[in-house]
Ligand binder design. Structure first.
Ligand code: SF4
Ligand code: SF4
Length: 652
């Protein structure tokens, strides 16, 4: 059918202009953010874009992901058909039909089949939203409007072509199987011509409305998700950038324009799929933190304040505060920095780093933090450990052992005991087990003793960058002075901080977590056990966030358990990358949980569902949280063991 170009051309031109203006207004707000280089290593970035944007690798990894894959690819393929549709509206003679039939006919088949696939996928998505929405609040009018528009677009496509075919006006009807099948149902009548006309204008109207609605809806991600995959962090966001402590600087993020441009771009890229909120231990247990909402609030804040800030005016909506468009303090402090949100997000939005940036602002600019952290910060400043215990007591765990200090040239590894390993009575048993194992395997190791200071993990994740910076500088100087290059850790928080954070201070260490070392020693036959450990019964394994998700170490602890006991541990429902936090990371170890269900109880309930005799861990924080949870659940039969203790049992 031939529309009237004289009518359609000005409508199309006006729509394109409005669309371009809307996009400009929104995207120009991103330039309010600080600079950050996300254009390096273009090859790796393109590969990420291929895998995650076009391949939808993360999207299809979850139920209903394939449905989105179908809609995404239908949109891509039909972009060509829609391009031709607009072009013909302006220049009726222009048509893909001018292409050789060997190209044109297969294209018609593809457009027809893809349209029916898209219509089916839209129907599935609609039914899902009605019957079983991905999260409370996903049944928005916006979501239904977008799905409705895509559905209407497909119906108009078929109506238009089927009417043409039924009138005998479509010479390539044989190449349009679905449209031809629909045409069979159309009676030959004078109504067909107006029907084709109505469907053409309906198709055009929906396309143009859809296009102009995009920049103002959550479906802006159609424009931003692909570039967001290109700009994804090439490093795991398991550390935070350094602050420059110079006079007059402002620290952290207290207003939306203090984020960097990628943070702001993230806020326009959220698909509101809810995967982060379903994975977030805080959200799942009823805390006010919801990572999806945080990203949404940042966007709302940018939209409210951005135009004013562009005109050098003052923001009207606080970034940190109550109400829509502001992130509540309680949300900011609820984060365990577990990284689940980062692993779940299909478009690589960095939720957790934004929360830490806001913590930095609260702590360093406003001295505004939960009262219970005051003790921790003071203890760290004065005694370099979270409990404020005298440094002389750091070696008490080794009273019955002959432990040597680290000496460069004489000792290969520094065993970085960590504060929990040195002071916490339960974790001291793990330290002893590790010391015995290292000796039995003939590893050359020494300790720093009273000179050891906290690595600073909790300080950094809590946003107290000033004290972290001071302690890290002191630690780095000590490590350099002692000539330390190889470190063994038994705490994933020490591991990640020494390995990933200290790099920013110019200290490159070879840090080996005890899980990997034990696995290696047993595999190489350097550590021989006297017996297979059978008396621990059913063992389930709990992944630590900072060993697993933040550093991709999943197999080593499982292998240690399997080698020591003769059988692989039982897996929890949420394991490896989808593991559930114990609730202690991100400095939450030092804070009470006042709101919602306790995270450790949620995890312990999950573990008890497997009827375990032993829950195996690789982290002193997980040990404390899970033991506390078991006490609360009054599960006297289940014990908690670190993997080092399991191995040490096999040496007896
Ligand atoms: S890091 Fe963990 S606790 Fe924090 S927002 Fe993400 S999922 Fe939630
Ligand atoms: S931040 Fe990512 S995971 Fe969370 S709702 Fe948005 S797109 Fe989904």
């Amino acid at each position: 059918m031939q529309p009237n170009p004289a009518i359609f051309t000005p409508i199309l031109a006006a729509s394109l202009l409005i669309f371009a203006w809307s996009c400009y207004r929104r995207f120009s707000l991103v330039s309010l953010g600080a600079g950050e280089d996300r254009f390096d290593n273009v090859g790796a970035r393109l590969w990420n874009t291929l895998q995650f944007a076009f391949g939808q690798k993360r999207v299809v990894s979850r139920p209903f992901g394939f449905n989105h894959f179908v809609i995404f690819w239908s949109f891509m393929v039909l972009a060509l058909a829609n391009g031709e549709f607009f072009l013909r509206g302006v220049f009726p003679a222009a048509s893909l039909g001018l292409l050789p039939s060997v190209v044109y006919h297969p294209l018609l088949v593809i457009f027809d089949l893809v349209s029916i696939a898209a219509l089916t996928a839209v129907c599935i998505a609609l039914v899902r939203r009605v019957v079983n929405p991905p999260y409370d609040g996903a049944r928005t009018g916006e979501a239904f409007a977008i799905l409705g528009m895509i559905g209407l677009l497909m119906l108009a496509f078929f109506g238009m072509h089927a009417a043409e075919i039924a009138m005998g006006k479509e010479p390539a009807a044989a190449w349009m199987p679905i449209s031809s099948a629909i045409a069979e149902f159309f009676p030959r009548s004078s109504f067909l011509d107006p029907l084709a006309n109505i469907c053409w204008w309906l198709h055009a109207a929906v396309l143009l409305v859809f296009m102009n609605y995009l920049p103002y809806s959550k479906h802006m991600h159609i424009l931003t998700a692909i570039p967001n995959c290109f700009f994804k962090s090439l490093e795991k966001p398991n550390t935070q950038p350094r602050e420059e402590f110079t006079e007059g600087n402002s620290y952290g993020v207290g207003s939306v324009d203090s984020f960097n441009w990628k943070d702001l771009f993230d806020s326009f890229s959220c698909t509101e799929c809810g995967r982060c909120q379903q994975a977030c231990p805080a959200a799942v247990t009823g805390k006010p933190l919801n990572p999806r909402q945080v990203i949404h609030d940042i966007k709302e804040n940018l939209l409210a304040n951005g135009p004013l800030l562009q005109r050098k005016g003052a923001p009207v909506l606080p970034l940190i505060g109550e109400g829509d468009g502001s992130v509540a303090r309680e949300s900011i402090w609820s984060c365990t920095t577990c990284g689940s949100c980062l692993s779940a997000c299909p478009v690589f939005i960095e939720q957790m780093p934004k929360l830490v940036k806001m913590r930095r602002h609260l702590v360093q600019m406003d001295a505004d933090f939960p009262e219970e952290l005051l003790n921790l910060f003071e203890n760290m400043e004065q005694r370099s450990n979270p409990w404020g215990i005298a440094p002389a007591e750091r070696t008490k765990w080794s009273a019955q052992l002959e432990v040597k200090p680290f000496e460069a040239g004489k000792t290969e590894y520094l065993f970085f005991v960590g504060c929990a390993g040195a002071f916490d009575s339960r974790s001291k048993q793990v330290t002893l087990a590790m010391a015995q194992i290292l000796d039995a395997a003939g590893v050359s190791w020494g300790i720093l003793g009273r000179e050891e200071k906290c690595c600073g993990d909790s300080l950094r994740r809590l946003g107290n960058e000033f004290v972290f910076d001071r302690m890290t500088n002191e630690n780095v100087a000590l490590f350099r002075e002692k000539g330390i290059t190889k470190v063994i850790t038994q705490c994933p928080h020490c591991f990640t901080t020494l390995k990933n954070d200290y790099r920013q201070y110019g200290l490159e260490l070879e840090v080996i977590p005890h899980a990997e070392l034990l696995d290696q020693l047993m595999r190489e036959g350097r550590l021989k056990l006297n017996r297979q450990v059978k008396d621990l019964g059913n063992i389930v394994f709990h992944d630590s966030c900072y060993l697993g998700r933040h550093n991709d170490i999943y197999e080593a602890p499982r292998s240690v358990i399997a080698q020591a006991t003769g059988s692989a541990p039982i897996e929890l429902e949420r394991n490896r990358q989808n593991s559930f936090c114990c609730g202690a990371g991100g400095g939450r170890m030092w804070m009470e949980e006042h709101l919602g269900e306790r995270i450790n109880l949620n995890r312990v309930t999950e573990a008890l569902g497997k009827n375990p005799d032993t829950i195996c861990v690789t982290c002193p924080y997980c040990m404390t949280m899970i033991e506390d949870g078991l006490k609360d659940r009054q599960s006297g039969k289940t014990r908690v063991k670190d993997i080092a203790e399991v191995v040490a049992e096999g040496m007896r």
